[in-house]
Ligand binder design. Structure first.
Ligand code: CUA
Length: 405
């Protein structure tokens, strides 16, 4: 447990209430005094004004009172500041990288995520920086707001003592999609967190490519479902004829092939697709060769094939008869929007909320009785016979049902 003297939420709130309380006192006190003076010294009651040349007590109070108020404000501000800056020794470190317009959280084991998953009751220290301009990580629930600055490290910490999902905003105007720089802190039961942290299932194939796009912050600007954003959608890019503007201002038509895609990642400004502006940073020395190959593979072989295969498969396996794809309720939860939402499940008789991510969805298919979504009956049979590839196709289909159209 965090001692109360070092609990930033309580200290910050306390400082706020002190300031608020003093402000209210001054507001009410000054207003009432003014009204009293208007009444008491109205010319009908006080026809002959009197000159007052000095009043020792009025002066003493007038000096002492503001001094005490300002010192109290400083004291409580200082105590709150100390709580915000004193990280407990047992804190877990998460590296935060902000860029236009996404957040990337990197854990001690190298796992990256665009959502900040944390275990309950473990203080979290965020070590933050920015890849481009100044952003500011703002988590109202934990009373933290700290700028992220290029080529500089800043830090903040919080104590996630209640399960749930808490908003994260960017609080420093950083361009076009500043308002979209939103994510969440998901506080999970420690066991669920460990399982999520150790889960490597997103480390192969198309799932890995999608995880990389997320981890490198690509999806802040590029969708994977074909809809346009700040940058072109990543879907069906490969093989497309594309009008581009070169550095010298000339335009030409190219075919999106492997060399072009590599260049677009390493040196995005070299050839800008028509209709887009040069807003992307260079990922040179950011993306390693291994990750690059995985992403290129995804571009080349597309996810379209897998999504179609996944749809076929889920119909063939009978999934669709219990799970709708349009948001309506049948026997089980709808598949629409299933990817990435938070599921409230009953597990071993207790209620918990888990992110409906790759690991959870895989488990729901192969061992559905383990964590049943609250409000539904545990009637789904386990689907043990599916191959790794089939599961992957199903997941991609589900993901495609969850992307904003
Ligand atoms: Cu990043 Cu505003």
């Amino acid at each position: 447990m965090i001692p109360q003297s070092l609990n930033p939420v309580q200290q910050v709130d306390f400082a706020f209430y002190i300031i608020f309380g003093i402000s209210i006192l001054l507001l009410v006190g000054i207003t009432l005094t003014t009204i009293w003076f208007v009444y008491r010294y109205h010319h009908t009651r006080n026809p002959n004004p009197e000159d007052i040349s000095g009043n020792l007590w009025a002066e003493v109070i007038w000096i002492l009172l503001p001094t005490l108020i300002v010192m109290a404000l400083f004291y409580y501000g200082w105590v709150g500041y100390k709580a915000l800056r004193t990280v407990p020794d047992n804190a877990m470190t998460v590296k935060v990288t902000a860029r236009m317009w996404s957040w990337v959280f990197e854990y001690e084991n190298g796992k990256r995520s665009s959502v900040l998953y944390v275990p309950k009751d473990k203080p979290v220290k965020l070590i933050m920086t920015s890849d481009d301009v100044i952003h500011s990580l703002y988590v109202p629930a934990y009373r933290i707001k700290m700028d992220t600055v290029p080529r500089m490290e800043t830090y903040a910490w919080f104590n996630p003592d209640t399960l749930g999902s808490y908003d994260v905003f960017c609080a420093e105007y950083c361009g076009l999609k500043h308002a979209n720089m939103i994510t969440t802190v998901e506080v999970m039961p420690p066991d669920d967190f460990t399982r999520w942290l150790e889960d490597k299932s997103a480390s192969q194939g198309a799932g890995r490519a999608l995880a990389l796009f997320e981890g490198y912050g690509c999806i802040g600007c590029h969708t994977t479902d074909g809809s346009p954003n700040v940058g072109p959608s990543l879907k069906n890019l490969y093989g497309k004829k594309q009008q581009v503007t070169l550095k010298d201002g000339s335009t030409r038509e190219i075919i999106v092939d492997e060399p072009y895609l590599r260049q677009a990642i390493i040196e995005p400004d070299a050839a800008i697709p028509e209709g887009f502006s040069p807003a992307m940073m260079s990922y040179k020395d950011v993306v390693n060769e291994d990750d690059m190959n995985v992403m290129i593979q995804w571009f080349m072989h597309g996810n379209e094939v897998s999504i179609d295969a996944g749809r076929e498969l889920m119909m063939a396996e009978g999934c669709i008869s219990c799970h709708s794809t349009d948001g309506s309720l049948v026997a089980g939860p709808t598949l629409k929007g299933i990817w990435g939402r938070t599921a409230v499940v009953m597990q071993d008789g207790t209620e918990r909320s888990v992110p409906s991510d790759r690991a959870y969805l895989l488990e729901s298919i192969t061992d559905p009785g383990k964590a049943v979504v609250k409000g539904f009956d545990p009637i789904m049979p386990p689907y043990m016979h599916l191959t790794e590839e089939q599961l992957d196709q199903m997941l991609q289909y589900m993901q495609s049902l969850s992307e904003d159209k």
